[in-house]
Design a protein around this ligand. Structure first.
Ligand code: C5P
Length: 284
């Protein structure tokens, strides 16, 4: 069985406060883009993972393996699986690649192993794997609050081309959270409302939407700020860093202006393009 695990961007990310458990309460809009890893599942006696990437582990430190082991333990199944992962989503790039892969493993194995968990149970297991994993159990677009696992899904028909640019810089989420300054007050207007208003007036989003990680990440890696500036100077209506970086994305009115902008970035930076009104092929 073959599936695609789509990446996400964060259209805005507010870090609200540090909690007693060490996590931070956040508010963000997760939105999937047309960039995906490919996973192939084959029956096996034990859990194994092979991958095209030299940047990720293949043992229990890998989130896919952890997802399979977590489901195996929770459902007490004796089944195994051989997973082959073709990595296209850059690693440590704020695009949720590892989280999306892990969610796909939970959803697909629940079917292959006939373990019969409902979506809420899969989401609870997903939250034990990482704060961003529950979003990908259903995918699409959602507001994420609490530590990112409390989700309010909604349909967002985004009429823009999304250009995502990733420099060869890996940023650890834990590092980013340890350097961020939480907000003193929570803005009155919700991110969702600002994003929905932005459908009519995307340039207006620049004043209202921020990613609270930008300040400290840009300070440590000025190259990322320059990439965002390049997106804006090549015609983006709006640009922002995704997650805790290192990727930035820009919204463009049409495919021609988006293509012109992508021409401004050269390897080792990587670029992806998401067409308007993109909806990922959902898990069945
Ligand atoms: O949940 P995840 O494993 O992705 O988080 C990695 C690290 O990022 C956590 O150990 C925590 O330090 C930090 N984090 C946080 N608040 C969140 C999500 C993550 O402080 N909402």
């Amino acid at each position: 069985m073959n599936v695609r695990a789509y990446a996400k961007i964060n259209i805005g990310l507010r870090v609200l406060e540090k909690r007693p458990d060490g996590y931070h309460n956040i508010e963000t809009v997760f939105h999937q883009i047309d960039l995906y890893d490919e996973l192939v599942f084959a029956p096996a006696d034990v859990i194994t993972l092979t991958t095209t990437s030299s940047e990720i582990p293949t043992d229990s430190n890998n989130l896919c393996v952890r997802a399979a082991e977590t489901l195996q333990r929770y459902t007490r199944t004796k089944k195994g699986v051989a997973i082959a992962l073709k990595k296209n989503i850059p690693v440590g790039a704020g695009l949720g690649g590892g989280s999306s892969d892990a969610a796909s493993v939970l959803v697909v194995l629940n079917r292959l192993w006939k373990t019969g968990l409902v979506q809420e149970e899969l989401s609870s297991l997903a939250a034990t794997l990482g704060s961003d994993v529950p979003f990908f159990v259903r995918g699409g677009t959602a507001v994420g609050t609490s530590r990112g696992e409390l989700l309010d899904y909604f349909r967002l028909e985004f009429p823009f081309v999304i250009v995502t640019v990733t420099p060869p810089i890996h940023i650890s989420t834990a590092w980013a959270y340890s350097h961020v300054k939480p907000r003193a007050t929570n803005p009155t207007e919700s991110l969702r409302s600002i994003v929905e208003r932005g459908l009519m007036n995307p340039s207006g989003m620049a004043a209202a939407i921020s990613n609270d990680f930008e300040e400290s990440v840009f300070e440590a890696h000025p190259q990322i700020r320059r990439m965002k500036d390049t997106l804006m100077s090549s015609g983006a209506l709006f640009a922002l860093m995704s997650g805790s970086g290192s990727s930035v994305f820009g919204l463009f009115r049409d495919i021609d202006s988006a293509r012109t902008a992508t021409g401004r970035f050269v390897p080792p930076a990587t670029v992806s393009l998401t067409p308007p009104n993109f909806q990922p092929i959902a898990h069945e």
